[in-house]
Design a protein around this ligand. Sequence first.
Ligand SMILES: [Zn+2]
Ligand SMILES: [Zn+2]
Length: 139
Amino acid sequence: MATTAKQDRAATRNTIQRTLVLEAVRSLHNHPTSADVYDVVRERHPNISRATVYRNLGVLAQRGEVLRVEVPNGADRYDFHNKPHYHAKCRVCGGVYDIDMPYQHDIASHVSDAHGFTIEHHEIIFEGVCARCKKSAEN
Ligand SMILES: [Zn+2]
Ligand SMILES: [Zn+2]
């Protein structure tokens, strides 16, 4: 079935908006919140609404193009680095950092074997104080 010109335009607009949001996430390497991503998109495209940016972040996360990191007691963060990996959150500055540790596929299979639970996904978020905050506390 042929699409109408109107449908084509809407699809094109959606693709453009999604690309803008993806570019913004890729330009931020500090695990931005959705509000941070919106601020970056808005700088260059003042007409785009917050709802549009948030909706597109959801679509990108669902498609696996960006990683959504659910932070306990905090806003979700978004990550351009979209392969599963672990994070640490600093309780002083609130920063979220990548942890250079291999993804532990064994944890999931252990839980499946022991409890018969099908694990689809797991996340680990370490909490503590980042190197920079620790250093400034010492000074
Ligand atoms: Zn810190
Ligand atoms: Zn990360």
